[in-house]
Design a protein around this ligand. Structure first.
Ligand SMILES: O=P(O)(O)OC[C@H]1O[C@H](O)[C@H](O)[C@@H](O)[C@@H]1O
Length: 567
């Protein structure tokens, strides 16, 4: 279902007028002209509170943005996703991640299949398996209980569970440590395995396809590490999988009874509510995991039912479009005031950038607007002492999302109050700044005044929750999932495919023989990478191969490459 081109809608025209009207107006002025603005420009969804008063909008702008969503047909698009329609056009399938957290009693039948029944059957198997691991009933080949779970997966099969495990470490109550290995750089696996006892280690191979190069390479190396110590027969007691590809997992040596299914309609970056969350469930237990799912579901319901004016994901998505398409903002800073959320920016990078980094519309025609905000960030207060200077006094427009919690997860004196005070101080300073007059009044020497002016007027959201719990984490992640959906829908792109990534994967497999083969002319190597292949082979002490580099002796060692700056 193609949406209407949003730039042709009446609301777009009104937004152009709003843009002209608001350009050059400072947040100080907007606050002065609108008493009660902060209270009015806020809303709640589940346990989340959003303050969007520090944005370049008036009440009228917000109305225009909401009208844009209505005129574009966003409501229909939301219903289509929740109903299981094939909203992933290029892969011709639904995007039904919301079904992963439907409660057991709900009903959803897609193509004659009882989706809720299937989802809960897998959740029950996961609960049963992780329960046995947690209570030490599941034993390794030598009878040892599991002390460490190593999750091997990449992209969505890593970032979701890794981010959530870090966020919910305080709920990891079974004395089981979880390590995450994703990168094909051998350093990753080596770090994770250092000091581990194979007899007490359980590997979870998380891969929807069981085909991803990095994951297969790491899984194979891990298998070797294990069998060197415990023998071949140990594999089925030390490896389990989250995958759709049961046959491949079985060929690897995993018992099909320990392969936990995923469905093609759950995108990798949207999958950790299902079996990709197995390692997380092992750490926090099935009960907490279900609290997480309920948190997701709370925001799913809010998104599905709340009028757009009070709909948190809709408003946040629209604000992203406002800055991207009217103010040419390129990036959005994610600033959690919680050390526990230190992987959230990385997680959101995949969620938002893999989903909305697209340049053609559903019908294959080029988009005429910028799409896909670049997400980045670090937890406060660390970011304050690193990149905040650019936010405060730099020349760019960088909208920011501040995320804070009222209750600490560790009560060490007044440290949590200090953390929160810092967050509010940044919000205040970014929004209001410090003028030349204020500096002069304080006696700042005239020559220094321009340097000490902090312009303020930086647009930002503040998201608050009572405490970082499984439920509030689920709510927060669901919020951004739906922000992504809103933006993808209005830009009319397919947020659920990733053809660029697929091409890179293919190309890596294509190039591998050129790097590794004994034969000097293996693989498809063209001008773009020929010299790099040659240097690599030389540094590895291999025959010069298809990437022969002028001036570098074939078969020479690293030393002979120094001439052109290779170390
Ligand atoms: O779970 P897998 O099949 O191993 O896929 C892992 C990852 O592969 C690619 O990078 C995709 O772009 C990601 O969306 C996916 O999460």
């Amino acid at each position: 279902m193609a949406l209407r081109d949003i730039t042709a809608l009446p609301a777009w025209e009104s937004l152009r007028a709003q843009h002209a009207d608001l350009t050059g107006r400072h947040l100080r002025e907007l606050f002065a002209a609108d008493p009660g603005r902060a209270e009015r420009m806020s809303l709640t969804a589940g346990d989340l509170y959003l303050d969007y008063s520090k944005h370049w909008v008036t009440a009228e702008t917000v109305e225009c943005l909401v009208r844009l969503a209505e005129e574009a047909g966003l409501r229909k698009r939301i219903d289509a996703m929740f109903n299981g329609d094939r909203v992933n056009l290029t892969e011709d399938r639904p995007a039904l991640h919301v079904a992963l957290r439907l409660p057991a009693g709900a009903e959803l039948v897609v193509d004659g299949q009882d989706v809720v029944g299937d989802v809960h059957a897998v959740l029950r198997r996961m609960g049963d398996f992780t329960g046995r691991v947690r209570t030490k009933q599941w034993r390794g080949a030598t009878g040892e209980p599991v002390a460490t779970v190593v999750n091997i997966g990449i992209g969505g099969s890593d970032l979701g569970p890794a981010m959530a495990y870090e966020a919910l470490r305080d709920y990891a109550d079974a004395g089981i440590d979880v390590q995450f290995v994703s990168n094909v750089d051998p350093a990753d696996l080596r770090n994770a395995l250092a000091g581990l006892d194979p007899a007490a280690t359980l590997f979870v191979i998380s891969s929807k396809s069981f085909d991803t190069l990095e994951t297969v390479a790491n899984a194979t190396a891990a298998r070797k590490w294990l069998t060197n110590a415990l023998g071949e027969a140990a594999v089925s007691r030390h490896f389990v999988a989250a995958s759709t590809n049961v046959a491949k997992a079985e060929r690897f040596g995993i018992d099909p009874a320990n392969v936990f299914g995923i469905w093609s309609w759950a995108g990798g970056r949207l999958s950790f509510c299902g079996s990709v969350g197995l390692s997380l469930m092992t750490a926090i237990g099935a009960e907490r995991f279900h609290e997480l799912l309920n948190g997701f579901h709370t925001i799913d319901e809010h998104f599905r039912t709340a009028p757009f004016r009070q709909n948190m994901p809709v408003l946040m998505g629209l604000l992203g479009i406002w800055y991207t398409n009217f103010f040419d903002a390129q990036t959005r800073a994610i600033l959690p005031y919680s050390r526990r959320l230190h992987r959230l920016p990385a997680y959101l990078q995949q969620l938002m950038m893999e989903s909305n980094g697209k340049s053609v519309r559903g019908d294959g025609t080029p988009v005429r607007l910028n799409t896909g905000e670049v997400f980045w960030g670090e937890p406060g207060t660390n970011g304050q002492h690193a990149f905040f200077q650019l936010l405060h006094q730099g020349t760019r427009t960088i909208p920011a999302d501040f995320i804070g919690f009222a209750e600490p997860y560790a009560d060490l004196g007044n440290m949590h109050d200090l953390l929160f005070a810092n967050m509010l101080a940044q919000v205040w300073t970014l929004a209001f700044g410090k003028s030349a007059e204020e500096n002069s009044e304080e006696g700042v020497p005239a020559a220094l005044v321009p340097h000490k002016v902090v312009p303020g007027n930086r647009p930002l959201s503040v998201i608050l929750a009572p405490r970082l719990t499984p439920s509030t984490l689920g709510q927060l992640v669901a919020l951004y999932e739906h922000v992504m959906f809103v933006q993808g829908a209005l830009w009319d792109i397919d947020s659920f495919d990733q053809w660029g990534v697929e091409l890179g994967k293919e190309k890596a497999l294509d190039l591998l023989p050129a790097l590794t083969s004994e034969a000097s002319h293996a693989g498809h190597v063209d001008e773009v990478v020929r010299a790099l292949v040659g240097v690599y082979r030389l540094l590895r002490g291999r025959a010069s191969g298809p990437g022969e580099v002028p001036g570098v002796r074939a078969g020479s060692t690293a030393a002979s490459c120094r001439g052109f700056g290779v170390r």
